[in-house]
Design a binder for this molecule. Sequence first.
Ligand SMILES: [Zn+2]
Length: 110
Amino acid sequence: MEYLNGTGAPHALQHCRRCGVDVQPGRGDGYLVRIQALADPAPPLFTPQDLAHDFRQEIVRLVEALQGLSPQEALEQVYCQRVFWLCGRCYRMWIEDPVGAGGVGPPGER
Ligand SMILES: [Zn+2]
């Protein structure tokens, strides 16, 4: 099928990540979902016990822990992004329960 989008170039056909159905960008029948996960970005909180640690030993421990990771694995421990298409049907199901299994919700909303 030929589509006219003003540029003459068709948008690449996408597929729903959940059900695999074709999603044609520009036809309004899908959603581009972007999820970004950041490791706790708040400034760290320290207790007096934390400050009593031997920092040299702590740095050695951290370096050893990172040695088994690839650069990509190390990056994904602090930042991860996922981008995918969902068809309209799958989007409506997903957005109602994006964390899965109903989630537990914040205290007071259970
Ligand atoms: Zn779908």
